[in-house]
Ligand binder design. Sequence first.
Ligand SMILES: Nc1nc2c(ncn2[C@@H]2O[C@H](COP(=O)(O)OP(=O)(O)OP(=O)(O)O)[C@@H](O)[C@H]2O)c(=O)[nH]1
Ligand SMILES: [Mg+2]
Length: 377
Amino acid sequence: MLKNPFDTKEASEQNHLNNDDNLQNIETNQPLEEIVSEQDSENSLDFESFTFKKSEKYEYTPQSKRVRQSKRDVENDLTDEEYHERLMELNTNAENKHYVLFFGQPASGKTWIIGSLLHYMKNYLGGTVYLDSDKSTDSEEELFYQLQDRFNGVVHSEKITSTDTKQYFEFHISFTPKDSSKPPMDIIFIDASGEHSEQGFRNRHNEKSGKLPNYLTAILESKVNTKLAFVYDQSLIDEKGSIPQVNVLNAVFTHIQHIQLSQKKTFPKALLLSKADRIYATDMAAVERNGYDPMHYALEKIPSFANSFFNESPNNKTIFYKMGTFSTNSDLILEFDTECPSKLFRWLYMEGTGGTSPVKEPTCWNKFMGWFKGESK
Ligand SMILES: Nc1nc2c(ncn2[C@@H]2O[C@H](COP(=O)(O)OP(=O)(O)OP(=O)(O)O)[C@@H](O)[C@H]2O)c(=O)[nH]1
Ligand SMILES: [Mg+2]
């Protein structure tokens, strides 16, 4: 059995104990080998074929009895052996796994964007959507419900805080479209702290810097389908002593280029201009100057990143990402807007399925009628 690199030592020991428990007779608590030998003497059946149950090489533990991890601890990098095991785990059934990685500075809005996608998928997207709890840690399940509550406007829901730098989160979401002719999809959203993106930028005073944490490179180097979202928040001010936001994005982009070149693959990419409600409220002149085009806006604001990003491929997308109306009092969403989450999800699904749309697309006639009635989309 593959060892889970995120498995703590105690958890593995506990797991082992559970396995031994499985070998006990539930009613008598008598070890199975004793029962087998008793039965063996009673009748002359050959029990040799049953001995695999006690074999040290193969001990099956049902999913329901495995010890659930509390979190994905990434305080230290994976060792070479753990990295190798993680790659093997990722590469198993890789073609059916769709990872989505979010990069960007702390507080740029990554966790909230993931929250908005999850809220859209659970509440507005036609089909069955659930978090696969068998593949989740306790922290992931907690954050999943915290995000749901926050977007559902539950009054005493906990606030979403800055993502912990000592762990990262995988949301394993299973999506089965209502229309059975459309393929189901397992999407795994990765929420990492902004500090882990910053780590990509070389700082001579920090020996860990200059490369991405290796739990992220394992995903990038594996054979799973991976899509990347770069998050840029124009409302964040580069503070003295901190790494400028555009340098973080450039550093991550460069690491991605190296992986792409060495492995001869290209990841689909999107640039999300986050907190677009704030862009519209405070930077409308620039939006107008750029003809409401997010690509031109990005080229004006962060030319060094945007040039490379858009020149890499015409398929690289960008969007002013808005998720609704925020309260001026606190980070409370007053009204949810499905437009951007639905566009982002549509892009993810279509990239993952080779062009199938997750929803019933309007016909030319419907589009015309919508336009006739004054609808913009
Ligand atoms: N107005 C507005 N505020 C937003 C939006 N998205 C996020 N925020 C606020 O921005 C802050 C940071 O958002 P997060 O999603 O936690 O940022 P992050 O990139 O995950 O940050 P780290 O986890 O520290 O890397 C939160 O206080 C949110 O309330 C948005 O679309 N509009
Ligand atoms: Mg976060």
